[in-house]
Design a protein around this ligand. Structure first.
Ligand code: NAP
Ligand code: COA
Length: 268
């Protein structure tokens, strides 16, 4: 349906979970895909998987908290596949804990990965992205839209990501570069869901609160990314788009309380 032949896609945090699903979808549509994350083993495994599917893929280890490392990664990707057509920024960290139980360093870790990291990814890529038709997709989260107990750090970071999406859409729009955010709902088999829903009961509670009554898949998120990166979305910029079965319409502020109680009980 989408043809990305010869196009270059860079996925920050593209070595597992949702972002790997996004990388796979772009690869299957013909794109040359470059992935980064901290773990060299995860990078090697993801690249091998992408190449095994017949795609041109490469990657390297880099921490999005390190602006200089990001510049090196972007330059390597540029040397490998040329100018970037679609930039996906999805590296993130999360752990459920009430604000009173998060140290300064814990709060900083999440802000630095999710929010500062997204700034690093976008600004490092700008020189090889700045031309009409290129676009950015930031992977946000429902926590940017709805308060959730145990998620003060993530709510703050992802809300910041979405405001950066809107601001950069203003700043980069005149050069023809579109900037959008995607808000995945609860997605099956991911690290994020393992952390936020560590028990079958917690997962069931989330499933019941999704209007479509099911947990999503990485492919659901990837399909939206394929659209947003394509010319079909050529007039879509500054948008924050949920792909969540309607979950954000029906989320409760206390959704994580049983999980927090479970974690506290297992520590006793
Ligand atoms: P995941 O598999 O843990 O994905 C996170 C990715 O980011 C991994 O590739 C990880 O690899 C990388 N990463 C983490 N810290 C990094 C750093 N400092 N520098 C570079 N890379 C880093 O988790 P996921 O659940 O699929 O989440 C993917 C994205 O979707 C995140 O942005 C998350 O907020 C968002 N999201 C997830 C859900 C869900 O249901 N899972 C719902 C809404 C939004 P390394 O460990 O090798 O660094
Ligand atoms: N509750 C409270 N604080 C926690 C915590 C938890 N469950 N897990 C980590 N922290 C705190 C640590 O105690 C530390 O603070 P301190 O130095 O004051 O003790 C701080 O967070 C940083 O932890 P550290 O393990 O050194 O950070 P890191 O940079 O190695 O890892 C994380 C970052 C903590 C976000 C880690 O969970 C991670 O790498 N996550 C990536 C994968 C992920 O979260 N996937 C889901 C995406 S939605």
């Amino acid at each position: 349906m989408f043809d990305y032949s010869g196009r270059s896609v860079f996925v920050a945090g593209g070595t597992s979970g949702i972002n790997l699903g996004v990388a796979q979808a772009f690869a299957a549509a013909g794109a040359n895909v470059f992935v980064i994350s901290r773990s060299p083993e995860k990078v090697a495994a993801a690249v091998e998987q992408l190449q095994a599917s017949g795609a041109k893929a490469a990657g390297m280890s880099a921490d999005v908290r390190d602006a200089e490392a990001l510049k090196v990664a972007i330059s390597t990707a540029h040397g490998t596949f040329g100018d970037i057509d679609v930039l996906v920024s999805g590296a993130a960290g999360n752990f459920p804990a009430r604000a009173n139980d998060i140290s300064s360093n814990g709060f900083r870790a999440v802000l630095e990965i999710d929010l500062l990291g997204t700034h690093h990814v976008m600004t490092a890529a700008w020189p090889v992205l700045r031309r009409p038709g290129a676009s950015v997709i930031n992977i946000s989260a429902p926590q940017a839209m709805v308060a959730m107990t145990g998620q003060a750090h993530v709510c703050a970071a992802k809300a910041g990501v979405d405001m950066m999406t809107r601001t950069l859409a203003l700043e980069w729009g005149p050069e023809g570069v579109r900037v959008n955010s995607v808000i995945p709902g609860p997605i099956d088999g991911t690290e994020g869901m393992r952390r936020l829903a560590p028990t079958p009961q917690a997962l069931d509670a989330i499933r019941h609160s999704v209007p479509l009554k099911r947990i999503g898949t990485p492919a659901n998120v990837a399909n939206l990314c394929l659209f947003l990166g394509s010319d079909f979305a050529s007039y879509v910029s500054g948008a924050v788009v949920p792909v969540d079965g309607g979950w954000v319409l029906n989320m409760q502020g206390t959704v994580l309380d049983p999980v927090l109680d479970h974690i506290a009980a297992s520590r006793r």
